[in-house]
Design a protein around this ligand. Structure first.
Ligand code: FE2
Length: 372
């Protein structure tokens, strides 16, 4: 696939420099921050709450290489944050983009039909100022446009450095590879067109229910990318099957569309995954038979297959190289959001060859939950 050519053709009226942060609305931000620090090796970066003068909400900001999470909870009962939490459980509210010009990003996307979440607003403190604005995407999820070129402080105005002596070792996570959204029946094309028309993204991959199905369940998926390829958003919708697919289960428990999984990249998936296991993270189980014909399917790979088998890591190849990937079980109470750990060795694709094995693994979990 000539991926560079595809990116060149993308209409880049909305230059996105990268993902600035991902904000989760959660029931208990303090404990969520502890969980992600402990289990995934994030470090403390910034804090806002009562001590910084915010009497309505509390946020912990944690970081690992280029990945930044914000965990936010409400202090008060009547709030947008609490409404979101009651409806969806812990989940991703914001995928924030780093941009050169927040006002222009807002104007360009609103002009093209985006629904406003936040009009451009400048916020300052003694370290300078930022401009932020935002639009809605699928469900109640939003994109913020963060312009921080005139800001030198920690994270955003209103935050202070979070000094915390508890600092577990990082586990080798580098950046956000892609963020997947689940949308409702027949809504995949609507939201792909939203990313195309409103944000200038381009479609780089498409899977239909022939690619992603088992005897029982199915889904369809298209992958949208921004112009420089730094932001990739696959969009899934359920497809007809004998039983309820994982996408429907998600939609039922999340009460609508939302972020299904975050794929985080590593340079050494074996060490990252074995460390996560040591720290208590559970992964989808892949049958040992998956590895029997591995070399026939993917050809030569540099990794020790025994170690891949031992850790349940999946491998897929495309024209450009291969990739290694693995999926956690849901990381919150509801069977909603989970994480993927991915290591790319040339491949730009998303593991199509693994979908069937993965679907079977997810169906086993659904059966345990009584939701298949
Ligand atoms: Fe993924």
């Amino acid at each position: 696939m000539e991926i560079d050519k595809i990116f060149d053709e993308a209409k880049d009226f909305l230059p996105i420099l990268g993902i600035d942060y991902i904000e989760f609305y959660v029931g208990n931000a303090k404990q969520s921050a502890y969980f992600y620090k402990t289990a995934l090796g994030f470090e403390s970066e910034a804090y806002s709450g009562l001590e910084t003068g915010d009497k309505s909400k509390v946020s912990y900001v944690i970081k690992q290489e280029k990945i930044r999470f914000v965990l936010t909870s409400s202090y008060v009962d009547n709030s947008e944050i609490n409404d979101h939490y009651l409806k969806h459980g812990d989940g991703v509210k914001v995928v924030a983009f780093l941009v050169e010009d927040s006002k222009k990003s807002y104007q360009e996307t609103i002009k093209r039909g985006a629904k406003s979440f936040l009009e451009p607003i400048e916020i300052s403190d003694e370290n300078g100022s930022i401009i932020k604005s935002g639009i809605y995407t699928y469900g109640e999820t939003v994109h913020l446009f963060i312009e921080r070129k005139n800001y030198n402080g920690v994270f955003l105005p209103g935050f202070k450095k979070w000094n915390n002596t508890y600092s577990p070792n990082p586990i080798g996570l580098k950046y956000v590879d892609h963020i997947v959204g689940n949308v409702g029946w027949n809504e995949m094309n609507i939201w792909c067109n939203f990313y195309k028309d409103v944000l200038g993204f381009t479609q780089i991959v498409s899977f239909d229910d022939n690619d992603i199905s088992t005897e029982y369940t199915a889904l369809m998926s298209k992958v949208m990318s921004n112009g420089n390829g730094r932001v990739k958003f696959p969009i899934n919708e359920p497809a007809e099957g004998l039983n309820k697919s994982q996408i429907e289960e998600y939609l039922d428990f999340y009460n609508g569309p939302g972020v299904q999984h975050l794929a985080l990249a590593t340079d050494n998936i074996i060490s990252t995954v074995s460390e996560m296991k040591n720290r208590g993270i559970e992964f989808l189980y892949v049958p040992e038979t998956y590895y029997d014909d591995l070399i026939d399917r993917v050809g030569h790979i540099e990794e020790d297959i025994e170690l891949l088998r031992k850790n349940g890591i999946l491998i897929d190849r495309d024209d450009d190289g291969y990739l290694l990937q693995i999926f956690t079980k849901p990381l919150v109470d509801r069977p909603t959001i989970f994480f993927e750990i991915i290591q790319r060795k040339g491949a730009n694709s998303f593991g199509k060859g693994n979908f069937k094995a993965l679907f079977l693994a997810i169906e086993r979990e659904q059966r345990n939950r009584g939701t298949l």
